[in-house]
Ligand binder design. Structure first.
Ligand code: ADP
Ligand code: MG
Length: 343
């Protein structure tokens, strides 16, 4: 049986908005509003969606970088959502993060060796300094950097190399889960592909569970096992990569996919341009949150929020269209977005 490493249930994070004369709470940003998902050992789940939909907040919540509004987070069978900082400290080893900006996330006054040695020492993962050295060397091998580069400073490296150091630092803790929050978004196109490949290799070599957060569906397509699509603080669709890219079951996913560039020049595809802006997470629309921009919006969508439902194959979507007879469901009566995706 697959081993569940991370399980998140009905996670909510509402940021209070302070205002008024005495700094009282005048409202909330509903950044994450009822999100559930799980990741197994050796599996990559990608969390995608437009900027501001709550992806980073989900990442920070599972890393317990702030208290949650409500919901459960279970890491390796242990609930961490309600744990004190003290109880959490030894468990922090199990879940590590790689952020977007490799320039600000490395201490400029520490040599690479010390950057990598710190988590090894902090979590008591070596019995001697010789073992620390050996582990640091092997981390450099893992991220394909020369071992003698450990004596250099972060500013001596390129953006892609620094991101390799950030990955090595995350691996130094010997985690079970890695959260990558837009980890390649700031890199040049060619470097991006190298780092994505490295992450993918490491993930399968080490049997890591990975939460890969990205606004860029084109990147996700080549490296993920499953995809969860977020819109305004909620997950609207979750599926295996091929099922999601080949036959999306939510109009928002369909629109996102239609905007992904097609590598083959001849393959035409209808581009769906969503109307209007993303509504404010301070006052999300009633009913289905996507109804204000949905090309298929019906009366019911304005009143009733659709639940995330399984189609029987493990493909989950939150959309009332699936209650229509199949012949009337516009999502089911289309050719797959492109031929190559089914390959
Ligand atoms: N610390 C915070 N205080 C108040 N609002 C926040 C805070 N962090 C994020 N938000 C808001 O929560 C929403 C989701 O943000 P975020 O999780 O960063 O989205 P994403 O990573 O998908 O771009 C946004 O509207 C953002 O402005
Ligand atoms: Mg973000």
């Amino acid at each position: 049986m697959s081993q569940r490493v991370l399980e998140v249930t009905d996670l909510k994070k509402h940021f209070p908005i302070r205002g008024g004369l005495f700094g009282s709470t005048i409202g909330y940003v509903y950044a994450v509003d009822g999100v559930s998902f799980h990741i197994d050992k050796g599996e990559t789940l990608s969390l995608v969606g437009e900027s501001g939909c709550g992806k980073s907040t989900v990442g920070k919540a599972v890393l317990r970088l702030f208290p949650l509004t409500s919901g459960q987070v279970v890491l390796n069978g242990q609930r961490i959502d309600d744990m004190s900082a003290g109880a959490l400290r030894p468990l922090r080893r199990q879940i590590q993060v790689v952020f977007q900006d490799p320039f600000s996330s490395l201490n400029p006054r520490m040599k690479v060796r010390d950057i990598l040695a710190e988590p090894i020492r902090n979590f008591g993962l070596a019995r001697s300094e010789a073992e620390v050295d050996e582990k640091v060397g092997s981390l450099m091998d893992k991220v394909r950097l020369p071992r003698d580069a450990v004596n250099r400073w972060p500013h001596e490296f390129s953006g892609g190399q620094r991101q390799r150091i950030c990955i090595a630092r995350a691996l130094a803790a010997e985690p079970d889960v890695i959260v990558c929050d837009e980890a390649v978004s700031a890199l040049d196109v060619s470097v991006k592909a190298q780092i994505v490949n490295l992450l993918q290799d490491l993930q399968s070599e080490l049997g890591l569970a990975m939460l890969f957060i990205s606004h860029d569906l084109a990147i996700v397509e080549h490296m993920t096992h499953r995809v969860a699509v977020m819109y305004l603080g909620q997950i609207v669709e979750v599926a295996e990569r091929r099922a999601l890219f080949g036959a999306p079951r939510h109009p928002y996913t369909e629109a996102l996919l239609s905007a992904v560039p097609i590598p083959e020049p001849g393959a035409a595809r209808e581009r769906i341009v969503l109307q209007g802006d993303v509504p404010s997470p301070i006052k999300p629309p009633p009913g289905c949150r996507f109804h204000t921009r949905c090309p298929y919006s019906m009366e019911r969508c304005r009143k009733e929020a659709p639940r995330l439902r399984d189609d029987g194959t493990g493909h989950l979507a939150a959309c009332h269209l699936h209650d229509l007879p199949a012949a009337e469901n516009p999502l089911l009566n289309k050719a797959p977005p492109t031929a190559f995706r089914a390959a």
